[in-house]
Design a protein around this ligand. Sequence first.
Ligand SMILES: [Fe+2]
Length: 334
Amino acid sequence: MKPSLALLAGTALCAAAPATADVNIYTTRQPELVQPVMDAFTEATGIAVNLAFVDGGIVERLRAEGARSPADLVMTVDIANLRQIVEADVIQPVESAVLTAAVPAELRSPDNLWFALTERARIVYASKDRVAEGEVTTYEDLASDTWDGRICTRSGVHNYNLALLGAMVAHHGEDYAREWAAGVRENLARKPEGNDRAQVRAIWAGECDISLGNTYYMGQMLEDPEQTEWANSVRIVFPTFENGGTHVNVSGIAMTKAAPNRDEALQLMEFLVSPEAQEIYAQENYEYPVLEEAEVSDIVAGWGSFEPDTADLAEIADQRGVALRIMEEVNFDG
Ligand SMILES: [Fe+2]
């Protein structure tokens, strides 16, 4: 009798304790880049986190699932994707003194619909052999004759390049931005193809001297034995706008409207802006933490410091349609 009594007592105890819900996340980020910081959260709180990798179509999925969606949070990159989630009306505002204290105002939506977790800069990868120190100066200069036949880039209509062009529109207006895009197109060594790392590979192979790319790819290339040589053939240069700084974009997080586990999800959001989590997450991704006091990895620190641009992300997102039209008008990818 005794063992079964003990068993019953144990069962009753379990039933009386409040059940801890899991937090469910839809993410466009590679799960292995997100997992370490989630493990730290689970260790600190006992709350499990389920990551569902959704490569595109997050908005469609949240819409289709509606109020029955199991997802509490969405994690994605780029202001264009964050804007799309806002416009689709599938997320809810989150009022949290912790979040607003940690994330600078220009790195969250004014109505607290999304919060940036990390920043990345869109910079120039320059051949160590064929590009002199100081030769790369401004984004504007990339349209000058200096770079004739020397530039590689991915598609002009990729979000990363549309945001850069949107920033150019924000700084100088549409007409200037169109001329600039046409000038850069003239300077391309080859038609846009492949991702940011493929451009560095092209520099390594001698096809071009500089490329546009996001900072974190340097870290990713160094980690991949097949790409280490590409990475070692270039250095990162932080161009600026003539009247501003270096173009940056963000990765961010938002709470879904459905959020079945709202309290736990909020706990996770607040954890993600803590110094511990900011360092784990940014270092894992070779990105820049949004929290001032959190440190970048040694590799990222080694690229040097830069002044982030002054054009704000909301305005850059507003210019996306204009940027897309310009890229088509100048036949950037043609
Ligand atoms: Fe990327």
